[in-house]
Write a protein that binds this ligand. Structure first.
Ligand code: FEO
Length: 477
């Protein structure tokens, strides 16, 4: 007979403790596969498999018993992490937090100003939490919820989106408040099983599109929003406060620096666009469906899962969403994205930008793909009506940054743009043909006349630059 510490971590990848294993055995797990299904133990690097199996056998055979836990003096919560919450309006509180140490969002989008992970708590006759947060801000989030509840139970957790930047801490919330019922779509319920194992299924109540629920004086209705940004997404409308809890929609990159409301701070629309186009740009149709649903609700406040709360001038943001989701340019202008190694292609792009300016085009943007992350270029390509793609030939193909950009533009569904192509090559230029091939079927119009450089831009080719600038400006009419 041996004693074990229930709090001891046995699978460090999934943060599974001996107590979690014993709980899973009590719930019926008999094999390592059962445990993996129930707790995720052994599911990642697998180095703990022998240890987990040995412990499982000890628990099953009754050889391992939990050690008596010493009585801990109650900790003064004030000595731990301070709660940081803000009031949104009567009864509704912001309990999210920001991570300023993150360099990347979703491991691929740079977030130089950090990222906020929002969650909201409604205190009415029932208590309702809207989504949880990323692991990076879990402690302050939990302290804020605990503090605001002030000893009351948490009755409902509305799970609008299962991506881990919002759902990573839902298991912890349901564990801390054992009577809390989770509310979500059927698709989200399935994902809860995938991420957290089957043991939470009894805590989940599925809702269908349009279902309402009274939680006191507040009346909530749930509205499915599939593919904004995953298929299980729903948004929630609080009829009483006219608040739309909008999941990923209407969010932005960047931490919240004190100001909670969009009308209080400087939240650049460029970052809203970069967030939208890269996160849900592909799903314009589903975003249109959500906009149509929201239009019938009477929304005067938007609480997204990233970025500030909107309570004024909602029309400005909705107008942007209308344009972005229909792939309508915000303005007539040209984005010149170039992949240049030794400067020849870049010089041609500069000459083209000058020629466009001379023809009265005021919105011209040169973007070096070797210095600018593709997410910024995608955002600009959604903003402008015209795109010039200029690439050197590399290994008989495209320069990798250009190939990546075009693939990403296609992945994010950009269409309806007029595109001009510039290629360079010192012995066998092939980039224009490759770009043309990649753009085939993308829904963008490629101007027939391409510009080909042989190593450098020659003076004699300035006429070709002028001709391309003229073709671009003619296509703006
Ligand atoms: Fe913010 Fe799709 O998660």
């Amino acid at each position: 007979m041996s004693e074990y510490d229930p709090g001891k971590v046995i699978c460090s990848c999934a943060r599974v403790t001996c107590g979690d294993i014993a709980d899973a055995v009590a719930a019926g797990a008999k094999t390592v596969d059962d445990l993996r299904e129930a707790t995720r133990a052994t599911a990642f690097c697998g180095s703990c498999t022998d240890r987990v199996e040995a412990f499982l056998n000890d628990v099953l055979s009754g050889q391992a018993k939990p050690a008596a836990q010493p009585q801990q003096p109650a900790a003064d919560p004030g000595q731990l992490v301070a709660p940081i919450f803000r009031q949104v309006c009567d009864d509704i509180w912001y309990v999210g937090a920001s991570d300023r140490s993150a360099d990347w969002f979703e491991k691929q989008y740079p977030v130089p100003d950090g990222m906020s992970y929002n969650s909201y708590l409604l205190l009415d006759r029932s208590t309702v939490l809207f989504d949880t947060v990323d692991q990076s801000v879990r402690e302050v989030f939990l302290r804020s919820v605990e503090t605001l509840l002030n000893g009351r139970p948490l009755d409902y957790l509305v799970i609008q989106h299962m991506e881990p930047d919002h759902a990573a801490t839902l298991g912890e919330v349901l564990r801390r408040w054992p009577k809390c019922q989770a509310i979500c779509t059927a698709a989200a319920k399935k994902m809860i099983g995938q991420f957290f194992g089957p043991q939470l299924s009894g805590r989940v109540q599925e809702v269908r599109d349009g279902v309402s629920m009274m939680v006191g004086k507040h009346i909530l209705s749930f509205h499915t929003a599939p593919m904004v940004h995953w298929p299980e997404v729903m948004v929630t409308y609080d009829r009483t406060s006219q608040t739309l809890f909008s999941a990923d929609a209407f969010g932005t990159f960047g931490a919240l620096d004190g100001n909670l409301f969009a009308d209080q701070g400087n939240f650049p629309m460029d970052e809203y666009r970069r967030y939208y186009t890269n996160i849900v740009g592909k799903y314009g149709g589903p975003v249109q469906q959500l906009l149509n649903k929201a239009a019938g609700l009477g929304v005067s406040r938007i609480c997204p899962l990233h970025g500030p709360v909107w309570r004024q001038d909602l029309g400005a943001l909705l107008d942007k969403y209308q344009k972005w989701s229909t792939y309508t340019p915000e303005e007539t202008g040209v984005v010149i994205a170039y992949a240049s190694i030794y400067g020849g292609t870049e010089l041609a792009c500069q000459a083209l930008a000058n020629a466009l300016s001379a023809r009265g085009v005021r919105s011209v943007r040169l973007m070096d793909l070797s210095r600018t992350h593709a997410s910024y270029v995608i955002s600009e390509a959604f903003r402008a009506s015209h795109l010039v793609l200029a690439s050197v030939t590399y290994n008989g193909d495209l320069f990798p940054h250009m190939e990546n950009l075009i693939l990403q533009l296609k992945h994010h569904g950009l269409k309806g743009r007029t595109v001009a192509l510039v290629e360079n090559g010192s012995w066998a230029p092939a980039a224009a043909r490759k770009m043309d091939e990649l753009l085939t079927g993308s829904g963008n119009h490629v101007l027939p006349k391409k510009l080909t450089l042989l190593s450098t831009l020659k003076q004699a080719q300035l006429e070709e630059i002028d001709a391309m600038a003229t073709a671009i400006t003619e296509s703006m009419k």
